[in-house]
Design a binder for this molecule. Structure first.
Ligand code: 13P
Length: 252
């Protein structure tokens, strides 16, 4: 059975004290219940080591929001996969649409990042998704297929099996406009078929595919009820413990 996952993406939010307080709050909420899914928080680089020291990673996974496409060296301001791993974090979001859009990330650099993440024992949460114009032109299927093929299909089946995918339609991110549960199911099922064509049905059935884009407690249950939606990657609603836990509880 593939994993059900609720992962938070804090993006560029919270100072270190605010982030530590939020992580402690989520950690305490999870200690008080048996969550019916894996729960992960992906936080700014500056927060990783401190948060790793205050949470129980058996109950709350910890990840970065990006890593560099080089192992080490003269890349001022970058943070490498070995650095992330050395904080105690075990996940890393890669290829988020904001990174692709504002920081020029391409499939080529993402292949390097994925390889370095895997080499360093980090589980990539690899993001794909179309922009509004592509959805309106009916190109969303081919867009996500290309992103998966170019970013991930160089991997062996064994390595691909370590990836968590997140489908995030760009038009739904931070807009309050969620994909309907039927829209999500349609494209998640398609994504799974693309994986099956390349790696076989078994690998495809084991791959967790998360939905991201204005997911909140009020719509999470309907989204997660769809057979091919294995959880969520949560932006805004991961910044309030009660909202985030409301989404975790959608799996109860
Ligand atoms: P929102 O939940 O704020 O729409 O963000 C989604 C997202 O980009 C998660 O990676």
């Amino acid at each position: 059975m593939r994993k059900h996952i609720v992962a938070g993406n804090w993006k560029m939010n919270t100072t270190l004290p605010e982030g530590v307080a939020l992580a402690k709050e989520v950690n305490a909420a999870l200690a008080a219940k048996d969550a019916n899914c894996d729960v992960i928080i992906c936080v700014p680089f500056t927060h990783l080591a401190t948060i790793a020291g205050v949470i129980d990673q058996n109950k709350l996974g910890l990840g970065a929001e990006n890593c560099a496409d080089h192992k080490s060296g003269a890349y001022t301001g970058e943070v490498s996969a070995p650095m992330v791993a050395s904080t105690g974090a075990t996940y890393v979001i890669l290829g988020h649409s904001e990174r692709r859009q504002y920081y020029g990330e391409t499939s080529e650099t993402l292949r390097e990042k994925v390889a370095l993440a895997l080499e360093n024992g980090l589980t990539p949460i690899f993001c794909i998704g179309e922009v509004l114009a592509e959805r309106e032109a009916g190109q969303h299927f081919e867009v996500v297929k290309k992103q998966i093929e170019e970013g991930l299909f160089n991997l062996s089946a064994e390595d691909f099996g370590k990836i968590i995918l997140a489908y995030e339609p760009v038009w739904a991110i931070g807009t309050g406009k969620t994909a309907t549960d039927d829209q999500a199911e349609e494209i998640h099922a398609y994504i799974r078929s693309v994986i099956a064509d390349k790696y076989g049905k078994e690998v495809a059935e084991e791959t967790s595919i998360l939905y991201g884009g204005s997911c909140k407690p009020s719509n999470a249950k309907a989204l997660f009820a769809k057979p091919n939606v294995d959880g969520g990657l949560i932006g805004g609603a991961s910044l309030k413990c009660a909202d985030f836990m409301g989404i975790v509880e959608a799996w109860d």
